[in-house]
Design a protein around this ligand. Sequence first.
Ligand code: GLN
Length: 487
Amino acid sequence: MDIRDLTIKTFHEGLVNKHFSAFEIAQDFFKYIEEKDSEIGAYLRLTKDMALSEANKVDTELAQGKNLGLLAGVPIALKDNILIEGEPATAASKVLSNYRAAYDATVIKKLKEENAVFLGKTNLDEFAMGSSTENSGFQLTRNPHDLERVPGGSSGGSAAAVASGMAAAALGSDTGGSIREPAGFCGVVGLKPTYGAVSRYGLIAMASSLDQIGPITKTVEDAAILFRAVSGKDEMDATSVAVKSRDELLEPKLEDVQKLKIGIPKEYFEGGLDKEVQAAMDQAIKLLKSLEIEFKDISLPHTKYSLSVYYIIMPAEVSANLARFDGIRYSRVTNYQLPITKLWDIYFNQRSEGFGKEVQRRIILGNFVLSSGYYDAYYEKAQKVRSLVKEDFENAFKEVDVILAPVSPTLPFKFGEKTDDPLAMYLSDIFTIPVNLAGLPGISIPVKKYQIGSGELPVGFQLIGRWWREADILGIGRYYEQSVNSN
Ligand code: GLN
């Protein structure tokens, strides 16, 4: 057994059949991470003591004959914008260098109840702003398939950790594509749940009307298992919602999947796709057709406004959410030379020195679009167009059940290729952002099995479902994956 290939499912089977202990596996993971991560840079920090003591507890309970859930002992990586009580959480920002979380995020609480083993916290673009993890305040993360290329972002650390086998599964967060794009770039599965399906309590906020936490895994089945465990109504997040009928997530039936009709939105295929991405989409569609799933051409006419709308609404929310990091709270400096004569100096030092360029750019943009005289012209207008984007999807879902789209227009790009051109970087998310604007669930699935070392760069395709219908996209994904594996 190679730990790099472990999935949630195979780990669980091995554990309950006593092929290994949770402790052994956790130790093996740390050994492998110590070897491998100097090359990849996926982890910002390991939580070894916590992991080993949890693994031990799982083994003890198993020996006592306790019935353990699917996630017991599973080695999981967590994006470093998710809070674990008593542990640092930096969101890859120097501003949070001295911060330790005072409480567990709801997803952490749920995973602790399931006895999952937390390996460590993974790298991201600072405050989740970016598409390549190059905006991290601390380090680069490399794509395991090609070390000269980005892993995508902002959950690049989580995706790279799962792809390289340094975690069995991971959690990321997705505001405009940050789970799906890195999953696509690293050849793993990434699910952005319906807005409200997973509690955001204890996620360091980027843009609160768009943020969702979700799984990054090796298989679609694992994504379903992890999603099921972390989702649900939470009294600490008023936007969270209780969703019923959870079992179909884990056991989709082929005949149900074959009743679903998939829409191809013409706006997502009108040029601008790398030829490799186009070829991969054709391959995915062909395989889905062989599963006897029906297709239909559709139109989402307001797609072209999505990026503009996002870059008004998101920075507006960012500027409000990041106002709290003023240096009085969350100070990155612990030894100010007293006396300080001007409060302003504290703010200035904290925010100018602490925040990176991209974060500053978005705070300034956000303050601009919210400022008096501009609010109506930008923010309010953007909210209206956001409704039109959402209506496009509502109309499409009268004709089809699921929408297929590319995840990204390009293959994973090289370091530095887009860092000097924010617009080029922003365009990486052109196919994922509309899904967040509408609050829909979306999943990124590798078109085929991509072997590390084969020289081939991964491409993901995206399935977008109706609100609360994760089961549809996970169901199609499951059968897609099965036929990829059997070919
Ligand atoms: N890449 C997008 C951005 O920079 C999305 C980020 C995200 O989903 N967190 O805003």
